[in-house]
Design a protein around this ligand. Structure first.
Ligand code: SAM
Length: 299
């Protein structure tokens, strides 16, 4: 692992503290206006809710296109305000009534609540997160909409607190890149899925790797933010390989959106001296991607 937080526990502590602050601001209502579709990413670079480097987690450019306004109509403002996803896993998951869903890194609960509407009262949704204030916010949001088919569990996505083969669908939005041990996370995902169950994830993925740039991969990763979802991102090939090694089949990793230079401003010092063409080449390799896969029916 090539990053200033070289120890997995220190990465997790950093991520927990970072997202704890995001949730607390929303709980306090002291930040993130109530009416904006994606207030955590405010339209201004000086938005107090997130520094520019955080934006890839927010998918600002996709804004309300991530979720249609109709889809967000019945969701509490606090769930939208604290949303830090980079895509819409609900659109990928083709959820059906009665299914059991697990959302890895459920944050303020937006995707879990949208999933709960889709699976109905015959179905059930678990949101899993390791950050206390995110869990508090998600539970408050669920209560606000009277959702009874959802529960938010405290835990680590590398060690999922659910029994084997207990879930039909796993969703996740911009979280797996944050896990220090992604192979373990994907093995855990396979374990809790029922045979034939599916994974529908959106995440930051480095399309084509970080080779052939004027600065080495280690330096690039060290310069970028882990909590902002970019320094820990897998390449598309690594994602496919780890999914296959975990036992998944029908693996598909597809670019939804490429990031641009504004997402990295102000530039970390290591990257500031790069020629504009090299910078463009680097930044456009960072993508919001969809990742789908299935647990084989026979395992
Ligand atoms: C970028 S936010 C995304 C939240 C949510 N999925 C969304 O779309 O708004 C990352 C969330 O994942 C949680 N998280 C990060 N690493 C985790 C881990 N190892 N185990 C459990 N939760 C984790 C954080 O606490 C945070 O709530």
């Amino acid at each position: 692992m090539s990053h200033k937080h070289s120890n997995p526990e220190s990465i997790k502590a950093h991520v927990r503290e970072y997202y704890g602050r995001v949730a607390e601001k929303t709980l306090d209502n002291s930040c993130c206006g109530k009416s904006t579709a994606s207030p955590c990413c405010g339209s201004s670079a000086t938005s107090p809710c997130c520094s520019p480097i955080d934006r890839p987690c927010c998918g600002e450019e996709q804004g309300s296109q991530i979720y249609g306004t109709t889809e967000l109509a019945d969701v509490p403002d606090g769930a939208v305000a604290s949303s830090r996803g980079c895509g819409n896993p609900i659109a990928l998951a083709s959820l059906k009534e009665g299914e059991v869903v697990l959302d890895l890194g459920s944050g303020g609960g937006l995707d879990a609540l949208l999933a709960a509407k889709r699976v109905g009262t015959q179905g059930f949704v678990y949101g899993l997160d390791m950050t206390d204030s995110m869990l508090e916010l998600a539970r408050r949001n669920a209560e606000q909409v009277g959702a009874t088919n959802v529960a938010f569990l405290k835990g680590d996505i590398e060690n999922i607190p659910l029994p084997d083969a207990s879930v039909d669908v796993i969703i996740s939005n911009c979280v797996i890149n944050l896990a220090p041990n992604k192979g373990q996370t994907l093995r855990e995902a396979l374990r809790v899925l029922r045979p034939g169950g599916r994974l529908a994830v959106t995440d930051i993925v480095i399309d084509g790797g970080l080779e052939g740039l004027p600065v080495g991969e280690q330096q690039v990763r060290a310069a970028l933010s882990w909590a902002g979802c970019i320094a820990g991102a897998l390449t598309s090939d690594q994602y496919r390989q780890l999914l296959a090694e975990a036992g998944f089949e029908e693996i598909n990793v597809e670019v939804l959106y490429r990031y641009s230079l504004t997402h990295l401003l102000p530039l970390p010092q290591t990257l500031a001296g790069l020629a504009p063409s090299a910078l463009h080449d680097l930044v456009s390799r960072f993508t919001s991607s969809s990742i789908t896969a299935r647990r084989p029916a026979t395992t």
